[in-house]
Ligand binder design. Structure first.
Ligand SMILES: [Zn+2]
Length: 296
């Protein structure tokens, strides 16, 4: 069973294992974020513990995000991931979706020919997934490391932002893979959202910015994946999703969503193609990595 080192268990240091002093990234009235000078990861300090995480997802997640994650708004996001995957793994095989929510992504995968299963900490979301005939496995099986089955693909869609330790999660994902297997991660693009902090302040919208526990640049996630024994083979912008509507100014959230879809998305795609894939500037990105030492 994977165990946290004492250093990591109390939320000190960066998950990449670097011992360099952490730089200040930014603060909100209640949170302090630091940046690792080695891997470029920005994260909440102190980092939440595993107990905090499990309690949050089992009890509170549905009220905060579960409904939005289950909305039709997520369909383009899920379709984007399924399409990206089809470029690197055809015909479809077995797939495990960690943090499967209410199973909508797995329903799409099933329609595309994948044999999928999910893992979900939120009991209510897992129940909704089961009602769609989605196979939901116990999250504790993940930590036991004794799976009878290995998967061709493991997916982590907006999961690494709110895990206790992303490197441990990526290592667990890797051990679940069959030889030549792929991990696909969709993550909030920290580079984009941090660059939006100043404009958001100018228009009084700074509290609408939802920062999770970890903010990844493409470089940070690449370094962490490689540290976990994975080799990155594809990186691209991910279709935007609306996210939760601000309860104070729902119209403003709607305006931001319209701008994001009609201006930011086409702009980020142009930047991506003009720079031959080096600049990933959409609000979220997708990255596919392969278990090192194996071929496609
Ligand atoms: Zn680091």
């Amino acid at each position: 069973m994977t165990t946290l080192s004492d250093h990591q268990a109390v939320g000190l240091g960066c998950p990449c294992g670097a011992n360099e002093p952490l730089g200040e990234a930014f603060q909100t009235p209640t949170r302090r974020y630091v940046r690792c000078p080695v891997c470029d990861l920005v994260f909440l300090k102190p980092r939440p513990t595993r107990d905090t995480l499990e309690e949050y997802f089992q009890e509170d997640y549905d009220g905060d995000y579960g409904e939005v994650e289950a909305s039709d708004d997520r369909q383009p996001v899920f379709q984007s991931v399924v399409h990206h995957l089809s470029l690197y793994r055809s015909p479809p095989g077995t797939l495990l979706d960690i943090g499967c929510g209410d199973g909508e992504f797995l329903v799409l995968c099933r329609d595309a020919g994948w044999s999928g299963s999910g893992v979900e900490l939120s009991k209510r979301a897992a129940m909704r997934a089961a009602q769609k005939s989605v196979t939901v496995l116990s999250p504790h099986m993940l930590e036991g490391g004794e799976w009878a089955q290995h998967f061709d693909v493991v997916t982590l869609i907006n999961v690494l932002e709110t895990v206790a330790d992303p490197v441990i999660m990526l290592r667990q994902a890797m051990t679940l893979l069959a030889p030549g297997g792929l991990v696909i991660v969709r993550a909030t693009n920290g580079t984009f959202h941090l660059s939006m902090r100043a404009p958001a302040r100018w228009i009084g919208s700074q509290y609408d910015q939802a920062f999770h526990w970890y903010l990844y640049s493409a470089r940070a996630l690449t370094v962490l994946m490689e540290g976990a024994g994975l080799t990155v083979i594809s990186l691209r912008n991910s279709k935007p999703s609306r996210g939760p509507l601000s309860p104070v100014h729902p119209w403003f959230s709607q305006l931001k969503w319209t701008l994001s879809r009609s201006v930011l998305w086409p702009l980020s795609q142009i930047l991506y193609y003009v720079t031959s894939g080096r600049l990933v500037w959409a609000p979220s990105f997708e990255i596919i990595a392969q278990r090192s030492g194996s071929s496609l």
